[in-house]
Design a protein around this ligand. Structure first.
Ligand code: HXC
Ligand code: NAP
Length: 278
């Protein structure tokens, strides 16, 4: 599917986009679409090999891309990374705060470190990157920040207290920064994706192995197929490109009067009833 060719060629020529978690899943999809529309994409995550490999693949496909290793939980490292990107490219037009950590776990047994890990990656990471990029965007006369949220906290979602709390915080941060930074011509929006079966999600939510240690992958696929048909009004899971298209729209001049918005891209899923806790 190449629906991004609905956008004009060269839409982001000369622009620089920094995408956290850009080496896999949704972040990679965002990087592919922005690069195909002319942006230089900088992919940032913990695993150097992962971001460098992804950047090399984008370059091989004709795009402009580079990779940088950074843990978004480390504020000083984030600040240095953003300063380096500015030094190398002279500007940062778009920041996509996409990096996240997540796993299903009963709230009553979440350790302090488990809670902290997810809150720090999702919420602190989004704040640290946004705060560090502001002076760059202000100095160049404006920019766009897009935070990747979710919809599960709209109703509550069993076994995901940590990520739900973090993403609710991200929504609040999105609206607040949009108001504070509008005077600097920095637009701050969020996208709330519905379920997209990336490798990261499959790993985070894999069913526990059976007694002999085997994971029944086919059972997982059947369950997912059933879920899509029963619970998603548009009857399919999303793709990274579905989210990337919204990023391209918000980052383009078509989004020039949009700030503080949280755009739900989920095939109508959150309007359907969530399952009851087991
Ligand atoms: C209970 C768990 C756990 C689990 C980890 N922990 N996994 N607790 N159940 N399944 C606990 C550990 O025991 C530890 O606590 C603490 O969390 C930190 O674990 P580490 O492995 O040391 O942390 P770290 O290496 O920093 O890794 C962070 C992570 C990991 C979040 C735990 O899963 C990660 O790197 N995730 C990145 C990829 C990812 O999650 N992608 C999915 C995004 S998808 P103790 O107390 O033992 O020290 C998404 C979509 C949601 O968000 C929507 C779906 C529909
Ligand atoms: P994914 O492939 O696992 O992506 C997570 C990315 O974040 C990885 O590239 C990972 O790279 C990076 N990352 C994790 N911890 C980091 C850290 N401390 N510092 C820097 N980078 C870090 O999962 P995904 O499904 O594409 O999810 C992407 C975003 O969409 C997340 O914000 C997620 O919450 C959101 N979302 C996904 C879904 C879905 O169904 N897939 C639904 C709703 C919302 P490294 O391991 O190299 O660090």
């Amino acid at each position: 599917m190449t629906s991004h060719n609905v956008f004009r060629d060269g839409l982001f020529d000369g622009q620089v986009a920094l995408i956290t978690g850009g080496g896999s899943g949704i972040g990679r999809g965002i990087a592919d679409v922005l690069a195909s529309l002319g942006a230089h994409v900088v992919l940032a995550s913990r695993k150097q090999e992962r971001v460098e490999q992804a950047a090399a693949e984008i370059r091989a496909a004709g795009g402009r891309a580079s990779g940088v290793a950074v843990d978004v939980r480390e504020q000083e490292r984030v600040q240095r990374t953003i300063a380096d990107v500015q030094r190398e490219h002279g500007r940062i037009d778009l920041l996509v705060n996409n990096a996240a950590g997540n796993f299903y776990a009963p709230s009553e047994s979440l350790s302090a470190n488990a809670w902290k890990s997810v809150i720090e990656i999702d919420l602190y990471g989004t704040f640290f990157c946004s705060q560090a990029v502001l002076p760059v965007m202000r100095a160049q006369g404006g920019g766009v920040i897009i935070n990747i949220s979710m919809t599960l906290h709209y109703r509550g979602w069993p076994l995901m207290a940590h990520a739900s709390a973090a993403k609710a915080g991200i929504d609040a941060l999105t609206r607040t920064l949009a108001l504070e930074w509008a005077r600097d011509r920095v637009r701050v929006n969020a996208i709330a994706p519905g379920p997209i079966p990336t490798e990261g999600v499959k790993k985070a939510f894999a069913p526990p192995p059976s007694a002999d240690g085997a994971v029944d992958v086919f059972a997982q696929e059947r369950a997912m197929d059933d879920y899509a048909k029963r619970m998603i009004p548009l009857r399919r899971f999303g793709s990274p490109e579905d989210i990337a298209n919204m990023v391209a729209y918000l980052a383009s001049p078509a989004g020039a009067w949009i700030t503080g918005a949280i755009m739900v891209v989920d095939g109508g899923e959150w309007l359907a009833k969530p399952p009851l806790p087991k």
